[in-house]
Design a protein around this ligand. Sequence first.
Ligand code: BDP
Length: 724
Amino acid sequence: MKHIKLGIFIFLLSVGTISAQVPNGYNLWLNYSQKPNSSIIKEYQKVSTSVYFQNESDVLNVSREELKRGLKGMLGVDVLFSDAISKSNTLIIATKNNLHQDIQNTLETNYKSIGDEGFIIKSIQFKGKQIIVISANQDVGILYGVFRFLRLLQMETDLSTIHIIDSPKLDLRMLNHWDNLDRTVERGYAGFSLWNWQKLPDFIDQRYIDYARANASIGINGTVLNNVNASALILTPMYLEKVAALANVFRPYGIKVYLTARFSAPIEIGGLDTADPLNSEVQNWWNTMASNIYKAIPDFGGFLVKANSEGQPGPQNYNRTHVDGANMLAKALQPHNGVVIWRSFVYSEHDVTDRAKQAYSEFVPFDGKFMDNVLVQSKNGPIDFQPREPFHPMFGAMPNTNLMMEFQITQEYLGFSTHLVFLPKLFEEVLKADTYAQGKGTTVAKVIDGSITKPKLTGIAGVSNIGNDINWTGHPFAQANWYGFGRLAWNPHLSSETIADEWLRATYCNNSKFIEPVKNMMLNSREAVVNYMNPLGLHHLFDTNHHYGPGPWVSNLSRPEWNPTYYHKADENGIGFNRSSTGSNAVEQYANEVAHVFNTVETCPEDYLLWFHHVPWDYKLKNGESLWNGLALKYQEGVNQVSQMIATWNAVKPYVSEAEYKEVDMLLNIQLKEAKWWKDASLLYFQTFSKQPFPKDIVKPEKSLEYYKSLKFPFAPGIRPHWD
Ligand code: BDP
């Protein structure tokens, strides 16, 4: 008996130790268990001996707790806090109003320049001593400053001459959750929705708090809780009470809650027989709805709306316009300082023009007509979150509108959560693109940060890749996409390399033998996926509905623009969509300088070649290869790049735990298998048009075209609800 007990005890002990030791990714980049090098530890320990932390609000409270947690984890010290600023302080954390004038003078900082959310971290001489000050105008600036300070420690940054002045470049920095009320997540590949609607409002899952911490650490300040294909039920009292509970959790972290409003809600839950935005009953219904929401959630952010898109209801059902619809909701929210985010992702099966042109055609004529508290949210490219698209021509074309960026963090078209693809590289490419809208240098980043046209509000949204998987995002490296989105939302001018570097150091360690190769792997991963899925400007070749794997042959869907054949237009002469002036003329939606470059085959960057042109199979690419050979070689290159990623990960095995190594290794091997699938299926199919042999460096396809065509995945994750 004794032995059995002892056995059980040892077993429990070992289980306990194993789970304590094995990093499972839950802590994300807030990994405070790593140990920085000893001289850095000493430096920060010295700073933590006497900390003044102004402490009189919920925001400051959670900031203080985070500082405690981080320093305890990384330095092993219990921070000593003092409640008045004194000579002995080594670290002073306070808003401007709480700071001694002498310290303010020594800081020599222009507080105005950092706005409400910015912060200063500076090493100064005070009363003969070197001390660190973290200061801001508002409490939320302190929150962001504390998170930055902890990251400095994670990244082993020397504090002696530290001087950081930073503030977000955009007003709204949001996640869009495509979460349904039944907890499925449209295009979600990391488990079910975090929001446990059944247990809310009474049960507050620790996940909600950790979600808020992670978001605050990168400066995200808004979250849309429900899917753009919305159920009106979210606006009923029962759900609003639950939403209010989440808003209460997020508030101390500077995060506002938003909801997707279904345009037909007045009919579905309001008992009206119309949702016509010009009908006064409908307007009153929304006004009352807004007042009720603000009673429960005083800092509610506002509504996100998908209207007249892919079967969703909208003002056009009543022969009204996007402006009528958006402004009606904006009027209801305006007295409460709420905003309307109106999506521009529209295209219609009744419109025979090129789908890539439709959003621009529908929205640009309305420039200047939306109310000041409306933002128009546009996807980064004119089709739909493809591995590579040219930037959306709406950026730069609506100078009198609050135009907001929508990126997709979840990898709907980039291998779900099984493929390692570092998306900040994609985001950076879009943000750096020059629209030429107001002359050379009008990059997309400058359009959305408002530095050129000075809109009333600026913003950016990322479609979330988060679910209830233990590590939040399915693939451990997909955490970097959440992180990277947040960092670019804070500053759209950051480089993807900086972001990869920060994330790796904060998540894993500072060892350059690990950092350098893995960073390289991340930075190349986006080009790899483009190569093995959609090279040379090909796009939307995904299998029907679930978008898992290739389906370039699909041509039987009811709406023409849902068929991959619509996009690649392969035939015996060549391949690609002619969007030049001899074709759909989508190029004309860009500024002249850009249109001109895209318009001719010779000047069009090869990355977009088949996006804008139908090109003969024997066309000579810049590297001298024929289009057919060049295309085939690109597919092969993508596969080879994944093999290279596996080799890289193998080489850094000593720097991660066995479990971390294995997890990523297994995922990379799935990625390799699927990259080959993409290459083989696509090339065999396109070969039926080119009628040419594969060039010699192409590894022979493993199966027949018929086999690839026969694959069916009725239960692939992330499929959208039954409405289509
Ligand atoms: C497409 C997705 C679909 C979304 C739609 C949207 O396939 O699930 O509902 O975009 O953004 O990419 O509204």
